[in-house]
Design a binder for this molecule. Structure first.
Ligand code: SF4
Length: 250
């Protein structure tokens, strides 16, 4: 993955190397060479070494996960962080796990993905009008990054948002963590203050601010939500139909 880009080892270097990334390809390469969060680096590498029994013959990616999808998206999908045996294994966000199955199937139904499955980085999946990126780029233990890790990683997603700013119209926040991660981006990327008090996360909630993409809330596509019926395929269809409409694509 590396294009001879600098290796990032501190939060100050995250800030500097993210801000200096003039294209998505440079940003992607730099993200993949980030080692700024010691706990997450140890975890992602431990998971990659120990592996899940069913994947023991596979080589895990075991590194940070760049964004994926269109380079000129109208719709952004902001997730929490990669899954230990999903993105951390396959090297692509929402790929190789049940959450990815649910999300990509919904994007396919909405006409935003060329196929309904996401199993490996070389499986031919293409997203139309859409880019997926996570607030934290390394798989965290128990899917819970610390506030410090969230803040350390933020410059990567902020720079990604700057690079796609010309076309981006709507951001779908998957879950409360992604919703909360949006507000620092409003200030850092769009130079606008977040509303006070902060709008509460809710499935289907929308926030509009002048000069800022519309924020649309969606329950996370986690197994906890999809297995229990808290989030159904019909609910996802409504969200992505709404996102397309807000983005002028429907
Ligand atoms: S979580 Fe983000 S800042 Fe921390 S090591 Fe991973 S890519 Fe770097």
């Amino acid at each position: 993955m590396s294009l001879g880009e600098p290796i990032t080892r501190t939060s100050a270097e995250v800030l500097k190397n993210a801000a200096g990334s003039a294209s998505l390809s440079v940003l992607d390469a730099r993200v993949a060479d980030c080692y700024a969060c010691p706990r997450l680096v140890a975890w992602r590498e431990d998971v990659a070494r120990i592996k899940r029994a069913s994947f023991r013959d596979q080589e895990y990616w075991g590194r940070p996960i760049p964004g994926f999808g269109s380079e000129k998206p109208e719709i952004g999908i902001l997730g929490l962080a990669p899954a230990a045996h999903g993105g951390n294994r396959t090297g692509r966000v929402f790929t190789g796990d049940r959450s990815g199955d649910v999300l990509i199937a919904a994007l396919h139904r909405a006409g935003l993905a060329n196929q309904p499955t996401s199993v490996a980085a070389d499986d031919g999946l293409r997203l139309e009008h859409t880019r997926i990126f996570a607030a934290v780029r390394c798989a965290p233990p128990d899917n819970k990054p610390t506030p410090e890790e969230r803040d350390t990683c933020a410059p990567w997603v902020h720079q990604e948002l700057r690079l796609i700013r010309p076309t981006l119209r709507v951001v779908v926040a998957l879950g409360a963590f992604a919703w909360a991660a949006w507000w620092p981006a409003v200030a850092a990327v769009y130079g606008t203050k977040a509303p006070v008090p902060r709008p509460k996360f809710g499935h289907g909630s929308e926030v509009r601010q002048e000069g800022v993409p519309i924020l649309l809330g969606c329950f996370h596509v986690s197994q906890q939500n999809t297995f229990t019926g808290r989030l159904t395929p019909a609910m996802l269809d409504d969200v992505f139909g709404r996102a397309k409409s807000l983005a002028g694509l429907a």
